[in-house]
Design a binder for this molecule. Structure first.
Ligand code: KG4
Ligand code: ZN
Length: 367
């Protein structure tokens, strides 16, 4: 057990295609510090299938997790006896991976006598801005990953309100599917971005789904269909066609995000008029996209918001965000005593009161 005013937590993340473990410490005097952060990506295992295959993911987690946990402890220079608790993602995500992570964490907790904290993966993303940038509540989170596209009001630890979600594809999924249909390899997002840099974003007139609508949600499947139609009309595609399609797609995404996110920023302003420096923090793999980032920065700047984008390794799935969520829960007295008997949940909305997650997580609630 650490000294008074100090905490260290081992975090385990296995909800999708990253096997990850990390040790994060916090002290009253020094704040948080990431002692280690080991992430083993399974992209190679899934590449040939053009997407994440749940059975392959589960097997890969089984094979890799013990070594990843050992490496995280070793990098941090601690043993299991030195941490105060073990935090593991209990959902949402692919059930096979969740079982592997949670069972491993339960075994480690039982063997070491340390408490187990079951963490919602989305809470990990939601609280990362406090780990990296010391944000204070409340703030807005934009989560744009392969499985989720959400705007969440983060009011406090365990206190979230989902303001917007996608009604069909997640944004990362839209990048991946668009890439696939014009012949670019998996994972599509980074390849679309590379091609877009060379392309003409004004060549194809693509829709800006839901732009101008009062409802704050997102929709991307129509855009993907529009790309398919444009591509079919000029097939076979030259390299320039591919570049121009990617650039036009990305431009449509950027403009759509500006409109959709802007609406929630305005809502935040109206809800919290007393907050002088309101913040939007971004998380998820799509946050790596420079065009998306630049447009979000502009959207925030034009409304007097601060735009916070944590380092990419902490925007995508990782163990540090789970360890940190564990620390936040311990400090808030919300660690929960029942974690040893909890079952993993493939679906687990952050905001239990929000309506059903229409269309979100259809690829196994990948977050
Ligand atoms: O957060 P993440 O690593 O994994 C989960 O979904 O949990 O996000 C992966 C998603 C993929 O759909 C990937 O294509 C997308 O993020 N992505 C990008 C870029 N890098 C990753 N999308 C657009 N541009 C990028 N540079
Ligand atoms: Zn995630």
């Amino acid at each position: 057990m650490g000294k008074a005013g100090e905490l260290s937590v081992l975090g385990i993340e296995t909800s999708c295609d990253e096997t990850a473990a990390a040790v994060v410490s916090w002290s009253e005097a020094g704040g948080p510090s990431i002692r280690s952060n080991v992430v083993l990506s399974q992209i190679r295992e899934h590449e040939a299938f053009g997407g994440v295959v749940p059975e392959i993911a589960a097997r890969a987690h089984v094979e890799a997790l013990d070594g990843v946990v050992e490496a995280a402890l070793k990098d941090a220079g601690v043993s299991l006896g030195d941490v105060d608790a073990i935090a593991a993602t209990a959902g949402p995500g692919l059930i096979g991976g969740l079982i592997v992570g949670l069972m491993t964490a339960k075994a480690l907790a039982a063997a070491s006598g340390k408490p187990l904290i079951a963490v919602n993966h989305l809470e990990g993303h939601a609280l990362t801005g406090r780990l990296t940038d010391g944000l204070s509540f409340p703030y807005l989170l934009l989560l744009v990953s392969g499985g989720h596209t959400q705007i969440v009001l983060v009011r406090g630890v365990g206190d979230y309100e989902r303001w917007a979600t996608t009604i069909d594809d997640a944004l990362g999924e839209a990048f991946d599917k668009t890439a696939k249909l014009i012949g670019l390899p998996y994972p599509g997002g980074p390849n679309v971005e590379k091609a877009a840099v060379r392309g003409d974003g004004a060549r194809f007139a693509l829709p800006r789904p839901m732009k101008g609508e009062a409802r704050p949600d997102f929709s991307f499947s129509g855009l993907k269909t529009a790309v398919r139609q444009a591509a079919t009309a000029i097939a076979p595609l030259s390299a320039t066609d591919v570049d121009d399609l990617c650039a036009s797609f990305q431009e449509a995404i950027a403009e759509t995000l500006e409109d959709r996110v802007g609406r929630s920023l305005d809502r935040f302003r109206a809800a919290f008029p007393g907050i002088a420096g309101p913040v939007l923090v971004v998380a998820g793999g799509v946050a790596a996209n420079r065009a998306v980032r630049a447009r979000l920065e502009r959207t925030c700047a034009s409304r007097g918001f601060r735009f916070v984008a944590p380092p990419q390794v902490l925007c995508t799935d990782n163990g540090a965000m789970i360890a940190w969520a564990g620390i936040e829960r311990l400090r808030a007295g919300l660690a929960g005593a029942d974690a040893m008997t909890l079952a993993p949940r493939s679906r687990w909305p952050l905001d239990e009161y929000a309506g059903p997650l229409i269309g979100s997580g259809r690829r196994g609630a990948k977050a």
